[in-house]
Ligand binder design. Structure first.
Ligand SMILES: [Ca+2]
Length: 361
């Protein structure tokens, strides 16, 4: 009741203020309220949990705020501004609609865009190098994944792209299938006993049976970069800060935008899903980020510089690009495009990181 009373007096006060303000302004100029927005945002980027401020350009009689389609009832009013909490489970673009009636009895409905970045400072994740293995220098690695203790790899470049099964100990190619010259191979993953392989800019992917015979092709309307999966869906990146979710027939079922506390995390490349998090190379860097798949927030970062072979540490070409997790060893295997080595590492689990069960369909 106390809160309601305060709100009543605040609203009464702000309406009186707006009315007085209206009278002062009416002598100086006229405003076409049908064209100019009544509700505005002083800034459009906020961290999740921040207070969002909506400013009114003219006095309003009453208003309503819809945040991602839901009416906001808990807000604070001061002077010509209204503030409310940017509550959202995910980062990224959000829609804010403010509608109502001005003191001049003009209805208004303004649609505003808000971008939510992460409110978390990513933890620097440490790791231990456990072993190294040979890796085919001819392999322009675009995808790397274990399935039933066997190592699969997808390679790129037109005329050289392949799907491979590789012997971990020797780097020898145990099984391979080339893809046609016009395609540039990209990420791969094994989902529900089928092998999926993306191409870069062709919008065409390949689905194989376990014996590497082609099952079908599928299409998508963005670039193909990294790919991984969890129990319920395939997860794919396109080089932006977005991860897309697909079912087994490659019908899109959702997406999440990835942000750290500085802004969008772009150039997300090779992917590996482990316990609710996606680990991703950032293209042309030695960095792997840990992404909370439920929220899109980057929770941790790893600098892989200390394992990058000196002879291949060149931007734009032989870059870090391969992450595979072997659950039976709790170990990650890391390599890069045309690297001579593949490294086995174990990462230290940050104290604030919990195993998650993520369901996205
Ligand atoms: Ca992978």
């Amino acid at each position: 009741m106390y809160t309601r009373c305060i709100r009543f007096f605040l609203i009464t006060g702000i309406m009186t203020f707006f009315s007085c303000n209206q009278e002062r302004k009416s002598d100086s100029h006229t405003t076409d309220s049908g064209k100019n927005p009544v509700a505005t945002l002083p800034k459009s980027s906020y961290a999740t949990g921040d207070s969002i401020t909506v400013a009114f350009t003219q006095p309003v009689r009453h208003f309503e705020i819809l945040w991602n389609g839901l009416k906001i009832s808990d807000y604070r009013i001061s002077a010509e501004k209204v503030g409310f909490k940017a509550v959202s489970p995910t980062t990224g673009w959000k829609q804010l609609v403010v509608n109502g009636t001005t003191n001049a009895n003009e209805p208004f409905a303004d649609t505003l865009s808000v971008t939510l970045i992460s409110d978390i400072v990513p933890t620097e994740i440490s790791y231990t190098l456990l072993a190294s293995y040979p890796h085919q220098k001819s392999s322009f690695t675009e995808g790397l994944e274990f399935h039933n203790h066997e190592l699969y790899e997808s390679t790129g470049e037109n005329g050289k792209s392949q799907l491979l099964k590789v012997d971990l100990q020797t780097g020898a190619i145990l099984k391979s299938v080339p893809i046609a010259e016009q395609y540039f191979g990209e990420g791969m993953t094994v989902f529900r006993n089928k092998i999926y392989q993306l191409t870069w800019q062709s919008g065409i992917g390949f689905r194989y049976h376990p014996d590497f015979t082609l099952d079908k092709t599928f299409s998508y309307y963005t670039q193909g970069w990294g790919m991984t999966h969890n129990d319920t869906c395939i997860i794919m990146g396109d080089g932006s800060n977005r991860l897309f979710f697909f079912d087994a027939e490659f019908e899109k079922t959702g997406e999440v935008e990835v942000y750290d506390n500085q802004g969008p995390v772009l150039k997300i490349n090779e992917l590996e899903y482990v316990d609710g998090y996606v680990y991703a190379n950032i293209w042309e860097t030695n960095q792997i980020v840990q992404i909370d798949l439920q929220t899109g927030k980057v929770t941790g970062k790893m600098d892989m510089k200390k394992i990058v072979p000196a002879e291949v540490d060149r931007p734009g070409s032989s870059v870090l690009n391969g992450i595979a997790y072997q659950p039976s060893e709790n170990a990650f295997y890391i390599t890069g495009k045309n690297w001579p080595s593949l490294f086995k590492i174990r990462i230290a689990t940050p104290k604030n990181m919990s195993k998650k069960n993520v369901v996205r369909m």
